[in-house]
Design a protein around this ligand. Structure first.
Ligand SMILES: Cc1cc2nc3c(=O)[nH]c(=O)nc-3n(C[C@H](O)[C@H](O)[C@H](O)COP(=O)(O)OP(=O)(O)OC[C@H]3O[C@@H](n4cnc5c(N)ncnc54)[C@H](O)[C@@H]3O)c2cc1C
Length: 382
């Protein structure tokens, strides 16, 4: 397995290498881009922007969504890498190109009319930004079952592509919290022949669904789930061993699948007027996310979003790709502004005085310079 240190070292153009300052304080200052959130999306954007020679600051409060998981799966080239290691490598890569990564929590963002964004951190410091990228991820709201939250990300699972292989062929329970539960049970059947759907007084499959479940050998258990049982001794101490029903019956399970409601961490953006919307699947609200175009631009000029804050279903590699894409769009937007400003400066009325520099307003010198740049030796004395 590649370590953070070796990956960072091999990836760096040595002369620009700088030390990551994940524990440092954000300095006051002005940046081309401030990225709020340093998970896969934010760090990927930070890397792209730093390599595009933009001044970029990534501010991260250190609570990535997949923190409880042992490894990141389906990330090509790094399958199984611990989440914290991927973040450490990403931070080193960003700072290796001159980007800054700091630990901190952004508590507010405001933008005076026509000015820079003012990004305020929990410690009271503030930085200015020409553009803002929000990659704060989402919060998983878990079903309220005693003992469930403690096992989240280890034995209580939501995504078969993230965890299915690790629990293949094991007894897997699916806790119904909405109409998608039947679909979930049929999906997880790909990873194990021993799947049990717990109806949890939440759903009642119709005849056709019962037939599909039966055809795939999925057991259906009626009644409310009251709690989870764990192993008390040995190497597996504290791991899930069963699902306890209200009547006291315990059904052995090695993993329990739940559907979470994903809420984008978008509170910061409300004051700027950025919209969020509900994500509905099969008529069921599975969460909400920030409204943005495919490159992450929100309806508010200068504000972009990427990763789970924009797309609840984005896995790590997709979140990283979203950060990259948003970074490219932000760079293009800044380029357009840089050009606008340069043209405005060039065309600005000439200041009083006899000396007209070649870059000030209309003058023979300016015209000569333009001809030189555009036509070069072909200008024939223009
Ligand atoms: C248990 C579990 C296991 C998973 N396993 C996998 C897997 O194996 N493979 C896979 O591809 N996907 C997996 N995922 C999905 C994965 O977590 C997401 O795809 C990924 O985290 C999205 O990246 P992100 O950058 O959008 O958000 P995050 O990784 O959540 O990063 C957001 C960052 O923003 C920071 N932040 C939030 N608010 C602020 C603020 N106000 N100021 C500063 N910083 C802030 C947070 O602290 C966090 O570090 C898993 C998810 C869970 C829940």
């Amino acid at each position: 397995m590649t370590t953070a240190r070796t990956a960072a070292r091999t990836a760096r153009p040595g002369e620009r290498a700088r030390t990551a300052r994940p524990g440092g304080q954000a300095r006051s200052g002005r940046y081309d881009v401030v990225v709020v959130g340093g998970g896969a999306a934010g760090l990927s954007a930070g890397l792209t922007l730093a390599r595009a020679r933009r001044s970029v600051l990534v501010i991260d409060s250190g609570e990535p969504r997949n923190a409880p998981a042992e490894g990141v799966h389906n990330y090509l080239g790094l399958d199984g890498v611990p989440p914290a290691e991927l973040v450490a490598v990403g931070r080193a890569e960003v700072s290796g190109y001159g980007g800054e990564v700091v630990a901190g929590r952004v508590v507010s963002v405001e933008r005076p009319e026509g000015g820079d964004f003012r990004v305020v951190l929990e410690d009271g410091s503030a930085v200015a930004a020409r553009r803002l990228l929000v990659t704060t991820g989402l919060v998983d709201e878990l079903p309220d079952v005693p003992g469930l939250a403690e096992l989240w990300g280890r034995d209580v699972l939501h995504c078969p592509y993230c965890h299915g292989w690790e629990v293949r062929d094991q007894p897997i329970g699916v806790l119904a919290t909405g109409p998608l539960a039947v679909h979930q049970a049929l999906l997880w059947r790909q990873w194990s022949e021993r799947v049990t759907l717990f109806l949890h007084d939440t759903v009642e499959p119709d005849d056709e669904q019962y037939e599909r479940l039966a055809a795939r050998g999925i057991a259906v258990v009626d009644g409310r789930v009251a709690g989870l049982e764990t192993t008390s001794a040995g190497d597996a101490a504290g791991r899930l061993s069963g699902v306890r029903l209200a009547g006291g019956r315990v059904v052995p399970c090695r993993a329990l699948v739940v559907a979470t409601r994903g809420t984008a961490r978008a509170g910061l953006l409300a004051g700027l007027g950025v919209e969020t919307t509900e994500r509905v699947m099969d008529g069921w609200v599975v969460g909400d996310h920030v409204v943005a175009d495919p490159a992450g631009a929100t309806s508010v000029p200068g504000v972009w979003v990427a990763g789970n804050a924009a797309d609840l279903t984005a896995q790590v590699v997709v979140a990283a790709a979203g950060g990259l894409r948003a970074a490219g769009a932000i760079n293009a937007d800044l380029l357009a502004e840089d050009e606008r400003l340069a043209l405005a400066a060039r065309r600005a009325p000439v200041a009083a005085g006899p000396s007209h520099g070649p870059s000030h307003g209309f003058s023979p010198e300016v015209e000569a310079e333009v001809c030189e740049r555009v036509a070069g030796e072909r200008r024939h004395g223009i």
